[in-house]
Every structure is written in structure tokens, then in C-alpha cells.
Design a protein around this ligand. Structure first.
Ligand code: HEC
Length: 187
């Protein structure tokens, strides 16, 4: 369909909405509507701003590739058939796991994933205060966000990160981290 036409229609529709709003304003002055135009404008601004507030919430896009991850601690290697995983995190996270505590705000966990000894991908988890609020309760993994990076460290596009969250929710008793006990045991 013609874009211009849609734009025009949307515009007309909006005008009808405003007309209705202003006519209501006249009729309902004595009920609850703000009596001045400024009040109505404020109301409209609030309605328009609300979705904008929602999108400023954290998303996986906020997880950038942790370039310095190798300077952290290499706390585990997991080999399963042709798959080998190398796990890295911060010394502060290791210390918290040893004390049996949740991992600190700002923790990043990086897992190199090799297939037949060739780097296949990186999977990363990062924890930041308030990040969990972007997700519905059943897919909330505390304040962790997830990301999948290609071997060249670019974000893998089109990946559903809800799958990551759904599986990691099973580890809610270990701050959503499967290898929490391996962090504890790391030397
Ligand atoms: C079907 C379950 C499942 C899914 C889906 C899943 N994971 Fe995991 N993840 C695991 C398991 C199990 C481990 C522990 C390592 C192992 O045993 O291979 C793990 C480990 C990790 C780790 C290391 C920290 C930890 O929890 O031990 C990171 C980081 C990670 N996953 C990120 C991701 C990301 C990013 C995604 C989505 C792209 C994802 N995972 C999807 C099961 C899953």
C-alpha cells in the first residue's frame, strides 16, 4: 500500500481523536477534565511518553562484547563430545561464589564455545541493576541480560534471547548461573 496514503489516514485519525478530546473537554469541564488546554496537553504528552519510557529499558543490545574478558579468571573448561567450552568471569564474581552469595552487580560471564576445536560462538551474560525489569516475570533471570556473539565478535542477528532466559531460569537458586559451583571450586 502507498505509504503516503497511510500517513495521511493516520493523520486524519489523529485529528479525529483530538477533535473528540477537545469536544469532551468542553462538555466535561465540570466533571474531571483539566479545565485548561495546558492540562490536556500534559495528558497527551504523558500518553505519548509512556511507550518511550518502556523502550529506554535495558535490552540485550546493551551487552557489548567484553573485550577484556581474558584478563578475568578462567574458571572452568567443559568438554562434551565435540564441544569444548571455556568459561571466564571477574575475580569479584569468583569471590562472591566462594562465599555462597549472588554475583555482584556488573558481573560479566563469557563462555567460548568450540566445536571440533574451532571457535563457534561466544555466549555472554551480564548483570546490571534494574535490567530484569525489561522482561515479564516468567522470563526474568534476575538482572541478567544475555547475548550471542559470532567468532568475529559481532552480535548474532535474529537470535531469540528469550530461549537463553527460559533455560537459565532453572538456576534461580544459583543466581541463574549453571556453573556457579564451578566458580566456587575454581582455584
Ligand atoms: C537448553 C538450556 C540452555 C539454553 C537455551 C542456553 N543455555 Fe547457557 N548454559 C546452559 C548450561 C547447561 C550451561 C553450563 C555449561 C554447560 O554445561 O555446557 C550454560 C552456561 C552458560 C554461560 C556460562 C555461565 C553459566 O550459566 O554457567 C553463559 C554465559 C551462557 N550459558 C549464556 C547463554 C546464552 C547467551 C544463551 C542464549 C543464546 C544461552 N546461554 C542459552 C544451558 C542453556
Amino acid at each position: 500500500m502507498n505509504k503516503k496514503l497511510i500517513g495521511h489516514r493516520a493523520c486524519g485519525c489523529l485529528r479525529t481523536f483530538f477533535d473528540l478530546l477537545f469536544s469532551l473537554e468542553g462538555k466535561m469541564k465540570h466533571l474531571w477534565f483539566p479545565s485548561d488546554l495546558a492540562g490536556v496537553k500534559l495528558l497527551i504528552a504523558a500518553v505519548v511518553a509512556f511507550p518511550a519510557l518502556l523502550v529506554t529499558n535495558a535490552s540485550a543490545a546493551d551487552v557489548t562484547f567484553p573485550e577484556g574478558y581474558k584478563q578475568g579468571e578462567h574458571y572452568a573448561s567443559i568438554v562434551r563430545g565435540e564441544t569444548r567450552e571455556e568459561l571466564f568471569t571477574t575475580p569479584e564474581a569468583i569471590a562472591a561464589a566462594r562465599r555462597g552469595e549472588p554475583l555482584p552487580d556488573g558481573t560479566v560471564i563469557t563462555m567460548e564455545d568450540y566445536r571440533q576445536n574451532k571457535l563457534y560462538r561466544y555466549v555472554v551474560m551480564e548483570k546490571r541493576k534494574g535490567w530484569g525489569q525489561a522482561h515479564p516475570a516468567e522470563l526474568r533471570t534476575g538482572d541478567w541480560e544475555f547475548q550471542w556473539f559470532n567468532p568475529d565478535r559481532t552480535v548474532k542477528s535474529g537470535e531469540s534471547l528469550d530461549r537463553c532466559r527460559a533455560c537459565h531460569t532453572s538456576q534461580s537458586g544459583n543466581d541463574y548461573v549453571f556453573s556457579y559451583d564451578k566458580m566456587k571450586e575454581a582455584n
